[in-house]
Design a protein around this ligand. Structure first.
Ligand SMILES: [Zn+2]
Length: 164
């Protein structure tokens, strides 16, 4: 028997003002993305912004549907848009934020497992990790260098072949 241990690390900034200008700006772009959220059921708005190597920013938000499983998280809306239209322009960073009128968010919202899996595959497609910025408006920002640290057991397509 061999016991393995996996550690992750991330940076916590007390406020968005502590970030460098590029990261700070991307968090503000994620806030702008909240405006397009379609979340009449949960009333929980999520905004995502991708910064691409070219400098282009992709905005996305959560899109709910009355048939609940038919909706999609902001992160995957952003990443699938990237994959459809900008896959030749690598993702440098992704900022995610959330807002609800029902209660005050005191910590950044983290992404669901399905979104982490899609992020992992996007990193693999572009052959480089991207920074994740999880931003709590009026509160802290968590910065993570690459989704692989959050999802060490991510599923990759090489598991589908015998050549592993
Ligand atoms: Zn998700």
């Amino acid at each position: 028997m061999t016991k393995h241990e996996i550690k992750i690390s991330f940076k916590e900034y007390d406020t968005v003002e502590e970030l460098n200008a590029e990261d700070h700006n991307l968090c503000q772009e994620a806030v702008k993305a909240l405006a397009s959220s379609h979340s009449p059921y949960s009333k929980f708005r999520v905004g995502a912004a991708l910064l691409l190597k070219s400098g282009k920013v992709i905005h996305a938000s959560n899109q709910e549907n009355v048939a609940y499983p038919s909706g999609l998280c902001a992160e995957r809306v952003a990443l699938f848009h990237w994959g459809t239209s900008h896959a030749d322009d690598p993702i440098v960073a992704m900022a995610v934020t959330a807002k609800t009128d029902d209660f005050e968010l005191l910590k950044p919202v983290t992404s669901c497992g399905a979104c982490l899996q899609v992020m992992a595959e996007c990193e693999k497609r572009q052959n480089s990790p991207f920074k994740m910025l999880l931003y709590c408006i009026g509160g802290p920002v968590w910065a993570i260098d690459g989704v692989h640290s959050l999802m060490p057991f991510m599923f990759f397509e090489d598991r589908l072949s015998q050549a592993v």
